[in-house]
Design a protein around this ligand. Structure first.
Ligand SMILES: NC(=O)c1ccc[n+]([C@@H]2O[C@H](COP(=O)([O-])OP(=O)(O)OC[C@H]3O[C@@H](n4cnc5c(N)ncnc54)[C@H](O)[C@@H]3O)[C@@H](O)[C@H]2O)c1
Length: 323
């Protein structure tokens, strides 16, 4: 049986990745320090014979006795609210944490997968973003703790690939949404859904003309899984290329939830990207991957999930919630 070591396994995407690996018959050692994740995300896996959870900060040295075929480094605060609250931890997990995970992959002769981000493109001057675009990042802005942490993590990954012969892949993840996101993490989808479900006005930063594209989590995990099995060493964008304005998105959520709360506008935060859409030509070519869940379907499943958790005012995820 193949084995994977997954950091950030108690997080939103990480927990879904664990589900997918186990479904593929791959045993999982899940590592997480629960900085921004919650054990409840993986509670349903407790007792699974091929699943083990270890409370571990991956910026610190640690050892794993068993062999591993895959090392998947997903640990990192990912929502703006989280990384602005934990800027140093974010830089540490992208630098020291990536180093620990790469060393582990080297020791185990395992394939290494890094979950990087579209934030490596910063506020892009190329649209849509292709992997060959080097980005437009403010290295000293408030968001630099995340953007530069991931850019460093990519550079370190390539150095281990080139100089240590580690088999590596890098996913540049664009906005992903779905069940197990935290209601209060400040990201657009849960924030809008939370306000709409409470009948409150949806808060739009700026005039709402900035664009985003949203990928449903099962599509994202499928792309990550394909990349894990591939031999592509340069970054691959994973995301949904369907782009919409934040204003349109808010309107869609108001309709879906039946809310009459309307919208209110607040000032745009510093360094907020104006446009964001992945060019997934490369993912289509090298992974034969593209998203299949429509925004309507994905939002419906997510609203259903948030409806289940919201009355409890519970930002965490009940294991029994429908995914
Ligand atoms: N969700 C998205 O839209 C998105 C977009 C781009 C990139 N990503 C990347 O995908 C990965 C997962 O994101 P997510 O949305 O699931 O975020 P998340 O915050 O839900 O999960 C991250 C997990 O990492 C853990 N973690 C943080 N620091 C750690 C440390 N030092 N040691 C061990 N565990 C640690 C947290 O406790 C959490 O469980 C991240 O690397 C993120 O940068 C996500």
């Amino acid at each position: 049986m193949k084995r994977a070591i997954v950091s950030g396994a108690a997080g939103f995407v990480g927990s879904h990745m664990c589900d997918r690996l186990l479904a593929e018959g791959i045993a999982v050692l899940a590592l997480d320090n629960l900085l921004t994740g919650v054990e409840r995300n993986i509670e349903h896996l407790r007792g699974h014979p091929d699943f083990e959870f270890r409370l571990q900060d991956v910026t610190l040295p640690f050892e794993v006795d068993s062999p591993a075929d895959f090392v998947i480094h997903m640990a990192s605060p990912a929502s703006p609210r989280d990384y602005l609250m934990y800027p140093i931890e974010t830089l540490d997990v992208g630098s020291l944490g990536t180093r620990q995970m790469l060393e582990l992959a080297q020791r185990k002769s395992a394939k290494f997968l890094l979950t990087s981000t579209s934030e490596t493109y910063g506020d892009p001057s190329v649209h849509p973003q292709v992997e060959t675009y080097w980005g437009n990042v403010n290295p000293v802005g408030p968001r630099s703790c995340y953007d530069e942490s991931k850019r460093f993590a990519e550079a370190l990954t390539m150095a281990y690939h080139r100089h240590r012969g580690v088999r590596t892949s890098i996913a540049r993840i664009f906005n992903t949404y779905g069940p197990r996101m935290k209601l209060n993490d400040g990201r657009v989808v849960p924030a809008f859904m939370d306000q709409a479900l409470k009948g409150e006005p949806i808060t739009i930063f700026g005039d709402g003309s900035q664009t985003r594209s949203f990928c449903y989590v099962s599509d994202m995990v499928d792309g990550l899984y394909r990349l894990l099995l591939s031999s592509e060493e340069y970054p691959v964008n994973l995301g949904n290329p369907r782009e919409m304005t934040i204003g349109e998105f808010a309107a869609a959520i108001l309709e879906l939830t039946g809310s009459h709360g309307g919208v209110v506008h607040h000032d745009l935060p510093e360094d907020d990207p104006k446009q964001r859409r992945p060019d997934i030509t490369k993912a289509r070519r090298v992974l034969a991957w593209s998203p299949v869940v429509t925004l309507e379907e994905g939002m419906r499943r997510t609203v259903e999930y948030f409806r289940a958790v919201q009355p409890r005012g519970d930002a965490d995820v009940p294991a029994e919630a429908s995914v």
